[in-house]
Design a protein around this ligand. Structure first.
Ligand SMILES: [Zn+2]
Length: 629
């Protein structure tokens, strides 16, 4: 998973074992034709089960989302029926579990799933968002399992409103989809071999088009719609589904698809491995005024990843989110495959207490960035600036969180805490980078963290998980060095990180990326005459130091009108801004040269000082990590 501050995302998956003997089948129908009620109706017909008392169990938590959520809380009107369609007696034994005494008589159960996307115990992409023009659900919010048999297979049919499109990474079912005369699907059928596969298949649906209008674009005033693309890379096919209410151009979709393809190429090339044949990126990208929360982020799955990201203009979107896509995709190997025995097979009724998130999240976040640099998708300077941003993020975390070791934080993440969770995406990748430099330095750059990851993946490919207490021993074995001291200081312990010492080992003397603007630098409000009024201003921002004041009316930027469509780009995505303002009835011009809003976005030539006298080893380590001199 990963979380960004406006933001996070994901953690876990497991390969399901094939059943050794016949199991039951759950045949589901999910009716999406009345999403404006903020509910969907689910029907399930069990077959091949024989327990005296039948049970229906909703998961307590979702793999990859750290929190304990109790998905059963969002189930209403649970009913069971016999073959005469008579209602059977049902006992709700907990938030998440229902017992039906006459188990062998059950022919059908049905229930409503309620919208849960504002649940504060979890993040958006682990829940269900059910609204007039959007349906998103992590599958743990939709489906439980029957008679405690997680090996039972499932057939799922989604019933769609007209002219909607649905994205789901499950394999297609045997039944043909129902297609309307215009060629759009009214039903989509899928199959899952067992509950682990079913629970790992998020679904995203929205109208394919919206009614044409001549009215000027207005942020927050449009329904959501789905825009889709696809590409082929190596032996696999990839789908990209974006649901947005913003002005998403075909050029932007082409650019996104292009960069996703490059990320996929980089990471499958790194691992020499493609553990699937089909993969789906599901992206919910509302405009700022429609964001359901300031917690952006994403969640990994075996054949998909899901994102909640604000619909910034393309340069900002690219600058901010490429590493998020890179992070989730890297999880395919690091956590979905390479994981401790505690992270699968899953017990959906118990929270997971793992010490290994420094590996699952920290190492993933490190590679999410370093591979972008190595494969030329971002510049090395941008990577160095990301390092500084991690350092700052770590220093900004609450002192109580910084007093805990990465292993302690990992255990604590079963009780989700945003302030602590963000350390896996700052201290985590910094320790991973230090570990890489440590291995490279002590082996004369003959070994690196790459060797460790490739060897762990080779084990995992053959079904081997590791015991948590053995993880560091495995890293030592594959790196060929004793890491007791490193582990005791920075993973098991709470020593402060000697980052500058480690950067020096890769020949970097100083890493002085600029301090970014405060976030947000100012707030503006749209006035009725299509001008904008500054309603608050951070005194340390360049907007304030350039002379702007609260109450100033912004008329034009760089000679152009500011609209609800372009406001984000023209104000927050430019190197130099010429503002025409009204103050006390007088018009004047103010020039602002903003510092980067998000450091890493604008640091393509970040001021990093490379040591001219660095040893050949340091230069080789630097090249190994960032891909060039
Ligand atoms: Zn993650």
């Amino acid at each position: 998973m990963v979380i960004r501050r406006l933001t996070l995302t994901g953690l876990v998956i497991l390969l399901a074992k094939l059943p050794l003997f016949a199991h039951g089948t759950m045949t589901y129908t999910v009716d999406l034709r009345d999403t404006k009620s903020h509910t969907v109706h689910v029907t399930m017909k069990p077959s091949g089960f024989s327990a005296k008392t039948a049970h229906y169990q909703m998961p307590v938590w979702a793999p990859g989302a750290y929190s304990v959520t109790h998905y059963g809380k969002y189930i209403a009107n649970f009913k069971a029926y016999n073959k005469y369609d008579h209602i059977l007696a049902v006992t709700r034994v907990s938030d998440d579990r229902w017992d039906i005494a006459s188990g062998q008589s059950v022919k059908k159960i049905e229930y409503d799933v309620l919208d849960s996307h504002k649940d504060t115990t979890s993040l958006y992409f682990a829940m269900a968002n059910i609204d007039t023009s959007i349906f998103f659900a992590n599958a743990t919010a939709l489906f439980g399992y029957y008679d405690d048999d997680k090996n039972a297979s499932a057939q799922v049919r989604y019933e769609l409103p007209e002219l909607w499109k649905l994205s789901c990474p499950l394999d297609p079912g045997k039944d043909p989809d129902v297609i309307d005369p215009a060629g759009a699907a009214l039903t989509r059928n899928f199959v899952a071999n067992n509950y682990d596969v079913l629970a790992d298949a998020p679904v995203l649906a929205a109208p394919t088009s919206v009614p044409a209008t001549n009215a000027p674009y207005e942020m927050g005033a449009h329904p959501f719609r789905m825009i889709a693309s696809s590409f082929h890379e190596g032996p696999a096919d990839y789908d990209v589904a974006v649901v947005t209410d913003g002005p998403w151009s075909s050029e932007k979709m082409d650019s996104l698809t292009y960069y996703l393809d490059r990320i996929v190429h980089a990471e499958t090339d790194f691992f020499h491995d493609v553990p699937f044949r089909h993969y789906t990126f599901e992206i919910v990208a509302p405009t700022l005024s429609r964001m359901p929360s300031f917690a952006q982020g994403a969640l990994e799955h075996a054949n998909a990843s899901d994102y909640l990201v604000a619909d910034f203009g393309w340069p900002m979107f690219k600058g901010y989110f490429l590493s998020t896509f890179s992070h989730e995709f890297f999880h395919l190997w690091n956590v979905k495959r390479i994981h401790s025995n505690l992270l699968g097979p899953f017990d959906y009724t118990q929270r997971v207490m793992t010490t290994s998130l420094w590996m699952a999240e920290g190492i993933t976040e490190y590679y999410a960035h370093t591979l972008l640099s190595r494969y030329g998708i971002i510049s090395p300077a941008r990577f160095y600036s990301d390092v500084e941003e991690w350092r700052r993020e770590m220093e900004m975390a609450p002192p109580s969180a910084n007093a805990k070791s990465l292993e302690e934080l990992s255990i604590d993440e079963s009780i989700f805490d945003m302030g602590e969770a963000t350390l896996f995406y700052s201290r985590g990748p910094l320790v991973a980078m230090m570990l890489d430099i440590e291995i490279r330095t002590r082996t004369g750059n003959k070994k690196s963290l790459d060797d460790v990851m490739l060897a762990l993946n080779n084990d995992a490919k053959h079904g081997k998980t590791f015991r948590e207490e053995d993880l560091i021993k495995k890293v030592e074995a594959y790196a060929g060095i004793d890491l007791t001291d490193f582990y005791n200081k920075y993973i098991h312990g709470t020593d402060s990180l000697p980052l500058d010492d480690y950067l020096a080992k890769m020949g970097i003397l100083a890493n002085n990326v600029p301090v970014p603007e405060p976030h947000p630098p100012m707030m503006i409000h749209s006035a009725s005459d299509s001008t904008w009024v500054i309603t608050s201003l951070d005194s340390t921002s360049t907007f304030a130091t350039s002379g702007l004041k609260i109450g100033d009316r912004l008329n034009k930027v760089n000679g152009e009108k500011i609209t609800k469509e372009n406001v984000m780009d023209v104000l927050f995505n430019q190197d130099t801004i010429h503002l025409t303002i009204d103050r006390d009835g007088r018009t004047s011009e103010v020039v602002v040269k903003p510092r980067p809003l998000i450091t890493s976005m604008h640091s393509e030539s970040g001021p990093v000082t490379i040591d001219p006298n660095a040893s050949p080893l340091a230069a080789a380590i630097r090249k190994g990590i960032v891909g060039s001199e």
